[in-house]
Design a protein around this ligand. Structure first.
Ligand SMILES: Cc1cc2nc3c(=O)[nH]c(=O)nc-3n(C[C@H](O)[C@H](O)[C@H](O)COP(=O)(O)OP(=O)(O)OC[C@H]3O[C@@H](n4cnc5c(N)ncnc54)[C@H](O)[C@@H]3O)c2cc1C
Length: 366
């Protein structure tokens, strides 16, 4: 057996890019397969629809798999960003996130997060309503939605632009030998200890390992192997707005009643939220989002809508998100990330890399 392993990563979303980048850096021969993700108005694939909000230290639990994956991703993002920067690639992360409390229950929840067990290195700070209003007066924040009863500031959480990151990871991996196919994989066929992928270009690709990062479509490819890993689509929507010129120096995302407000360069704003089962996005809900369900401050109501888009999140049925599994030998499933595929992308890639290293080491030692 050769010392390098040939790996097909199916699906060029955020998880596929993270996985292909990491495996290439570990010295494997990797092919990332799948169409480039479309951007622009209307329907977008999951990762290019995402706002890229990173919530790890403010995750409501302090133990369990979801918590561990988030903490690992936070560390990996930091390391990966340094590597990408050392290669001269732009991969910014806007660190800092403000959760606003719209009710006494929410304030209590934020207070529990602050006073409960904290992850090492977390920097959480409770903010009184008066302090928030003072920041508005000092133009460090724009006028806030509704009348927040307080807030929780998290210095290590934040936001990244998934499209910029996917490009940086791909460019970096290509420079390290990544192969890139924009074909669609039609079937996966086991052949002895290897996998043969039938591509839409009528080519075939032989691999030692396959990592399935095809989001909702992963279940279709598994179905072809007689396996059931059901996921359902949950539609999410987003708006890009142009704010009228105003003086506040606002730079960090804030969350109001589950709606994410992400300041963007050039006075733009991304606004996203809501969870609806199914694939259809309803215009009324977009308008509700624009008005922050009746809590929008004047500057937001005055902002001009530049673009609207929607995407689908893959929610596993009867299993917790994400699906990090090995359905068959040398076939890894890295899908079903539902609402958190950006924050969980790096840790999911690390999980896949660990599985491959473990099996390869066991084979080499036997
Ligand atoms: C509006 C919205 C906002 C969101 N905001 C956030 C956020 O702030 N933070 C966060 O962490 N998450 C967020 N999410 C969730 C996040 O977008 C997803 O969890 C994440 O994008 C999943 O990434 P993925 O790579 O698994 O899947 P996807 O991005 O769906 O990528 C799957 C890829 O597989 C390809 N593919 C499918 N079938 C095949 C095949 N047969 N052969 C080859 N390729 C194939 C597709 O073309 C696609 O490019 C948001 C989602 C939406 C919709």
């Amino acid at each position: 057996m050769s010392s390098t392993t040939r790996i097909g990563v199916i699906g060029a979303g955020f998880c596929g890019h993270c996985t292909a980048w990491l495996l290439t850096r570990l010295g494997h021969e990797v092919c990332l397969i799948g169409p480039e993700q479309a951007t622009g108005p209307g329907q977008r694939p999951g990762s290019s629809a995402a706002l890229g909000v990173l919530m790890a230290d403010v995750f409501q639990r302090r133990s369990g798999r979801g918590w561990r994956l988030r903490q690992q991703s936070l560390q990996l993002l930091h390391q990966w960003q340094e590597i990408l920067h050392s290669e001269g690639r732009a991969a910014p992360v806007q660190r800092g996130l403000l959760l606003l409390a719209s009710s006494a229950e929410e304030l209590e929840r934020l207070t529990r997060l602050k006073h409960g067990r904290q992850p090492p290195g977390a920097q959480l700070e409770l903010m009184a309503a008066e302090s928030l209003q003072q920041m508005v007066a000092l133009q460090q924040l724009p006028p806030l939605p509704g009348e927040p009863l307080g807030g929780l500031w998290s210095a290590r959480d934040g936001q990244l632009d998934p499209i910029v990151w996917m490009q940086a990871l791909q460019d970096s991996a290509l420079a390290n030998g990544l192969q890139r196919s924009r074909a669609v994989v039609q079937t996966l066929n086991p052949q002895g200890p290897r996998w043969v992928l039938e591509l839409s270009t009528t080519e075939q690709l032989n691999c030692d390992w396959v990592v399935l990062c095809a989001g909702l479509e992963s279940q279709t490819l598994l179905h072809g192997l007689g396996l059931q890993w059901p996921m359902e689509p949950v539609s999410g929507q987003a708006l890009e707005l142009q704010r009228r010129p105003e003086r506040s120096d606002w730079q960090h995302p804030m969350v109001w009643r589950g709606m994410n407000l992400v300041p963007r360069p050039g006075g733009r704003l991304w606004l996203g939220a809501t969870v609806e089962s199914g694939t259809v996005t309803n215009g009324d809900e977009l308008e509700q989002l624009r008005q922050l369900q009746g809590d929008a401050p004047g500057w937001l109501l005055d902002a001009e809508v530049i673009q609207r888009w929607q995407g689908q999140r893959a929610r596993p049925v009867d299993r917790p998100a994400p699906l990090l599994e090995q359905p068959l030998p040398r076939l890894l499933l890295v899908s079903g990330h539902y609402r958190n595929g950006i924050v969980l992308g790096p840790a999911s890639a690390a999980w896949a890399a660990d599985q491959i290293t473990m099996v390869n080491s066991a084979v080499a030692g036997s």
